[in-house]
Design a protein around this ligand. Structure first.
Ligand SMILES: [Fe+2]
Length: 274
């Protein structure tokens, strides 16, 4: 069990060795703990994709500039240039705000998996916030009206807001029109209720746009204060898989001009939130 009771470390197992015999227990632990950490992993790209496929269909991201060579399912977050030198540019500043992966799609993220190739000497951590606990900490009188609201999620909105110098192309934008999801969802496998919001949420269905913006900002701030959280300080060769349906996450800043950070990510597509 990691700090604040969120997540668990799996000992004595190489992810690359997981087979049909070991996967069911691992998946049960994933549902129970929401986040699993594996240290000292030898995990080539193909093995990471093979492990992800055990969870379901692996997403090929609309922003193809991030695709890892020969593995379109992997999305490399790196601040290095072709010569391996730090560029001073953060690869995706949108990841530094609390969000859940793929909430801008109709079928949203099931699990995300990160493998740490290179890690800065300080900063660059990943933080997680448990949305079951945020839901359970809300006043019951507040939950009922919230459960009737739907938020519109848009990658174009969040990308332009956080990364205005590198917006989506017209073709990318056309591929990901805004979608709406319930603010309180029921986890499809555990049956528990959790809050589902984060930085891709732009507006509230049936509410004035500006009023919806204020509502989302205030609720996003509040659910983080209410939630159990865990901040992971990476070491190279660590691997984390987490449940996007009940966790928000964000990346911490680091010295992008002097320190390398290379993380290999893949996301498994889940279901339509309900
Ligand atoms: Fe993310």
């Amino acid at each position: 069990m990691l700090e604040s009771g969120l997540g668990a470390e799996v000992l004595g197992l190489q992810v690359a060795d997981v087979d049909d015999g070991t996967f069911p227990a691992l998946y049960a632990a994933f549902l129970a703990h929401e986040l699993l950490l594996f240290r000292d992993q030898t995990l080539p790209p193909a093995a990471q994709v093979a492990f992800a496929r055990r969870f379901g269909e692996v997403q090929v991201h609309v922003m193809d500039q991030y695709h890892a060579n020969a593995h379109p399912e992997l999305y490399t977050l790196s601040n290095l240039d072709e010569k391996g030198q730090p560029t001073g540019k953060h690869p995706d500043r949108g990841t530094m705000i609390w969000h859940t992966d793929g909430s801008w799609r109709r079928t949203t993220g099931h699990a995300t998996m990160l493998y740490a190739e290179q890690i800065p000497s300080s900063g660059g951590e990943t933080s997680f916030a448990d949305m079951y606990s945020a839901h359970d900490a809300l006043d019951p009188a507040e939950r009922a009206p919230l459960a009737r609201l739907r938020a519109v999620h848009s990658l174009d909105f969040s990308r332009t807001r956080r990364h205005g110098d590198d917006p989506l192309t017209a073709a990318q934008r056309a591929a990901v029109p805004p979608v709406d999801h319930p603010i309180i969802r029921t986890h499809p496998e555990t049956g528990r209720k959790c809050v589902f919001l984060g930085d891709h949420a732009e507006s509230i269905v049936g509410m004035d746009y500006d009023e919806g913006r204020r509502f989302i900002e205030a609720l996003n701030e509040r659910i983080i204060r209410l939630a159990r959280t865990y901040t992971h300080r990476w070491r190279p060769r660590e691997f984390i898989v987490w449940d996007n349906r009940c966790l928000l996450h964000k990346a911490g800043g680091y010295d992008t001009a002097r320190e390398p950070r290379v993380i290999r990510r893949c996301t498994v597509i889940g279901e339509v939130p309900a």
